[in-house]
Design a protein around this ligand. Structure first.
Ligand code: DQA
Length: 144
């Protein structure tokens, strides 16, 4: 069974309570449940993590070699972190960037993503379904 690592960045532990008009009412636990269910259907085992700490996210990225692919919602670090970008550049497995919201419809500072430059693909704007679309995309990619 192929293993997929899902890394979520800062403030995503607050989903459900945090700006629900932008991010929806699902909690991070709800999103993990959806990913675990979709993972089972697609034949993936999912390791789903969240951290508010940039250093911890970088350590997880550095240790992701044992996985077949990486899904990253780096949250605000998407727009600021050269360190996360550098960590992703060193990763040999495919990286898919996801966001719940459509970052291009929002403030100007969210239009630039360091993660995108290191990603195979980017999915944003579909709420929790962004993660499921990423898993489906990876299924096609890894089976090809
Ligand atoms: C986000 C978008 C980011 O701009 C923001 O900082 C987040 C969440 C999203 O999933 O829509 O924390 O990554």
């Amino acid at each position: 069974m192929k293993k997929i690592l899902v890394i979520n960045g800062p403030n995503l532990n607050m989903l459900g309570a945090r700006e629900p008009e932008i991010y929806g009412h699902q909690t991070i636990a709800d999103i993990e449940k959806l990913c675990q269910k979709a993972g089972k259907e697609l034949g993936f085992s999912i390791d789903f993590r969240q951290s508010n700490a940039e250093a911890e996210m970088i350590n997880w990225i550095q240790e992701s070699g044992k996985f077949s692919a990486l899904i990253v919602n780096a949250a605000a670090y998407t727009h600021t972190s050269v360190a996360i970008y550098d960590a992703l550049l060193a990763v040999k497995i495919p990286v898919v960037e996801v966001h719940l919201s459509n970052i291009f419809r929002r403030e100007e500072f969210r239009h630039h993503s360091y993660v995108s430059r290191a990603a195979k693909g980017v999915i944003c704007g579909f709420g929790a379904d962004s993660y499921l679309l990423a898993l489906k995309g990876l299924k096609e990619l890894l089976d090809a």
